[in-house]
Design a protein around this ligand. Structure first.
Ligand SMILES: Cc1ncc(COP(=O)(O)O)c(C=O)c1O
Length: 487
């Protein structure tokens, strides 16, 4: 029994009320107020016949945790309500969510289009792993130019992919514009909303069809566990395109049986992805981790509000530092994405962004090594503030030219701003910049910087052991070696 007779996910309540109550089921046996951790592999059948009924899907009951589990189901219902979808599927990580979401649509021989600015782990997944499965990705040059999208559509194009707030550049896409293009072409629009969360934007309300998250980030919030989720908007008409998406229009149990869309209506995609894709490939989220995610979700709006406020304050502060050539935060009026931010993100534009130091990698090293409150980590959306140098970590497998084309300059530093006190975070950054100025004034052993982004030349030290390591793993012919560590 839920705590109210009114439905969640239908604008009856505010976001914060929904994040606490939606999906909750008060335990019938002992009255546990919070959905407990049902740490069980499977579920008992009452009899021989009961087992047969369950397997046939006749009574809708539980069979095995790889397909469904009550803890996971409660969290899925909460996320479905928050995203205004029709159904959701939890999986073991964000990468698993992206993989199963797309494999629910695509098969060997298919092609899909993507925005160019994406999480590096998604790009390598698409370019290397999907390519081995016979699925081809193509990145548009300019996501704002619909002619660019249109001229790349082929007879075998089957999906459109993008991210709400790509990091570290925060070069926002116009979701409504791309959704309209996808709808006109009869293609489902899948969007990764990890960096925005449903508190900042609900992509389904802007025409996206499927939303994925790395729930390891803001949705969980505390950096303790990995998780991923696929949300079905229920707003793509799969049955209208039987040649493109035969999995939804083929009778599932022989000629006289119903198709998936006939049986499950607007939840057909999620049913297929849950049962046939995730259920067979097996990236199940442990109910233990689902419980941690449930706890995180209950404070999502409070945290994201604070993350966004801290970020705007820090971005504004960084913009006024003479050593900083650019701050990639769309909340700033000076940012090229500010107009899109104003249109789509009235509550804030998140908290994972980059800024570029004119002094290149040497300055980035000094700043990163001088920070004390910020943890040097490959992660984001944590209550703790985090810092990373993308050029030598998440993007180290790319050539310098490729990095510069993406705006990943040697002096680019990525922050994931936490919920600590704004004054303490700025004081930490001030201390780091003071050390940077002192190291410049010292000047010993420095050579001229060649940062692509630098307007001026500064003195920088020679590259150290870390850089050599990053370069040698690329030279060794294993680009994924470094990419696999990105987050
Ligand atoms: C935007 C985005 N999507 C997906 C992922 C992958 O998530 P996970 O690490 O949970 O597999 C990440 C990881 O950083 C990410 O930033």
């Amino acid at each position: 029994m839920t705590t109210t007779t009114q439905a969640y996910g239908e604008d009856n309540f505010g976001f914060t009320t929904e994040q606490v109550h939606a999906g909750e089921v008060v335990d019938g046996d002992v009255g546990a107020r919070i959905t407990p951790i049902y740490l069980t592999a499977g579920f008992v059948f009452d009899s021989f016949d009961h087992a047969q009924q369950r397997f046939a899907g006749h009574d809708g009951g539980l069979v095995y945790t790889r397909y469904a589990n009550p803890t996971n189901t409660a969290v899925e219902a909460k996320i479905t309500a928050l995203e205004r979808g029709v159904d959701s599927l939890l999986v073991a990580s964000g990468q698993a969510a992206i993989t199963v979401a797309l494999l629910g649509i695509l098969r060997s021989g298919d092609h899909f289009l993507s925005t160019p600015s994406l999480y590096e782990g998604s790009k390598t997944l698409f370019r290397e792993n999907f390519e081995r499965l016979g699925i081809e990705v193509e990145f548009v040059d300019d996501p704002h130019d619909i002619a660019d999208w249109k001229r790349r559509v082929r007879p075998n194009t089957r999906a459109v992919y993008g991210e709400t707030i790509p990091n570290p550049k925060n070069d926002l896409i116009d979701i409504g514009l791309i959704a309209e293009f996808a709808r006109e072409e009869g293609l489902p629009f899948v969007i990764d909303s990890t960096a925005s969360t449903p508190y900042l934007i609900r992509p389904i309300e802007h025409g996206a069809n499927i939303v994925v998250h790395s729930a390891s980030k803001f949705l969980s919030g505390h950096g303790a566990s990995l998780a991923g989720v696929v949300v079905d908007g229920g707003n793509f008409d799969w049955a209208r395109y039987p040649e493109k998406f035969p999995q939804f229009s083929t009778p599932i149990g022989g000629p006289s049986s119903p198709t998936l869309t006939e049986k499950f209506g607007n939840k057909a995609y999620l049913e297929y992805t849950r049962t046939i894709i995730a259920g067979r490939l097996g990236p199940t989220l442990s109910p233990l981790n689902a419980f941690l995610l449930q706890q995180g979700l209950e404070t999502l709006s409070l945290r994201v509000d604070r993350h966004s406020r801290n970020s705007l304050a820090i971005a504004t502060w960084l913009e006024s530092q003479p050593e900083v050539t650019s701050v990639d935060y769309p909340g700033l009026a000076s940012n090229p994405s500010h107009a899109i931010a104003t249109k789509y993100y009235p509550r804030g534009t998140g908290s994972v962004f980059g800024f570029t130091l004119a002094g290149g990698q040497a300055d980035a090293r000094t700043i990163i090594d001088s920070l004390e409150l910020f943890s040097r980590m490959s992660h984001m959306g944590d209550v703790r503030s985090l810092v990373l140098h993308p050029g030598t970590t998440s993007h180290a497998h790319l050539s310098a030219d490729e990095r510069y084309r993406l705006g990943i300059y040697d002096g680019l530093v990525r922050l994931s701003v936490g919920i600590e006190d704004e004054a303490d975070l700025i004081a930490d950054l001030e201390l780091a910049f003071t050390k940077l100025r002192a190291s410049r004034a010292g000047g010993a052993g420095h050579v001229a910087a060649t940062d692509h982004a630098a307007d001026e030349f500064y003195s920088v030290p020679e590259p150290g052991a870390d850089d050599v390591l990053a370069v040698s793993s690329t030279v060794a012919g294993s680009p994924a070696l470094t990419a696999r560590f990105s987050a």
